[in-house]
Design a protein around this ligand. Structure first.
Ligand SMILES: O=c1nc[nH]c2c1ncn2[C@H]1C[C@H](O)[C@@H](COP(=O)(O)OP(=O)(O)OP(=O)(O)O)O1
Ligand SMILES: [Mg+2]
Length: 216
């Protein structure tokens, strides 16, 4: 079995990558499998910079090629916030629940509205995007390969669905008439920022695996 290491501690991301790579017969390991690797500071100013930082830090320790994902939510009515700060939006000890609660509180305080409501009374507050940067770093060549993806949506004032992770329950996708958390992993992968970025990178990951750099 071939294995790819993903430099993430986010179990929601791990599940999505595991689902996507399983179709290619590739097993996924994450930093949750390597608890001795110290926390990697995400101090870049863009998603791409942070993805590169995470991939290189883990690859230099493990000495195998590593893939990393830096992603987040940009909200129009918040001038693009929380952006690269999405995971830390609600401060020290942030959780998905507290981040979502801060998001809705801020938008409500601003009076943000798209003057549109769903049949259940849900108010649509602002246009938004999920963005994802993936970086693959190969310590053998010291080279990065980067791919990006994004998906448009709208922030709803209340959650729908219990799939996915992070901001998914509040991220309504008008084209599908449901939130990101109401999609299966397969459906989410087809439209998501992560799915788009991953489709660009998969041929390169497969080539690396062909070269058996990752054979375990
Ligand atoms: O598909 C998504 N559905 C919902 N929310 C999402 C998604 N993709 C990113 N997000 C949110 C979660 C987190 O608040 C931030 C990512 O922050 P980001 O630093 O990339 O990930 P993280 O700290 O959770 O894990 P790690 O750095 O170990 O990969 O954006
Ligand atoms: Mg992070």
């Amino acid at each position: 079995m071939k294995t790819i290491v993903i430099a993430t501690k986010n179990s929601g991301k791990v599940k999505e990558f595991a689902h996507a790579f399983a179709k290619l017969g590739v097993d996924v390991k994450s930093l949750l499998d390597y608890p001795d690797i110290p926390d990697i500071p995400e101090d870049g100013s863009t998603f791409v910079e942070n993805a590169k930082i995470k991939a290189k830090a883990a690859a230099d320790i493990l000495n195998v090629p590593v893939l990393a994902d830096d992603s987040g939510l940009t909200v129009e009515a918040l001038d693009g916030a929380p952006g690269v700060y999405s995971a830390r939006y609600s401060g020290e000890g942030a959780t998905d629940e507290r981040n979502n609660s801060k998001l809705i509180t801020e938008l409500t305080a601003l009076g943000a509205s798209m003057n549109e409501e769903l049949s259940d009374g849900t108010q649509l507050l602002s246009a938004a995007q999920f963005r994802c940067a993936l970086a693959l770093y190969d310590p053998a060549s010291a080279e990065f390969i980067v791919a990006e993806g994004n998906v448009d949506g709208v922030i709803a004032d209340r959650p729908h669905g219990d799939g996915g992770f992070g901001y998914d329950p509040y991220f309504y996708v008008p084209a599908l008439g449901c939130s990101m958390a109401e999609l299966t992993k397969e459906e989410k992968g087809r439209i998501s920022h992560r799915g788009e970025a991953l489709r660009k990178l998969i041929p390169i990951v497969e080539q690396l695996l062909q070269d058996s750099a990752l054979e375990k």
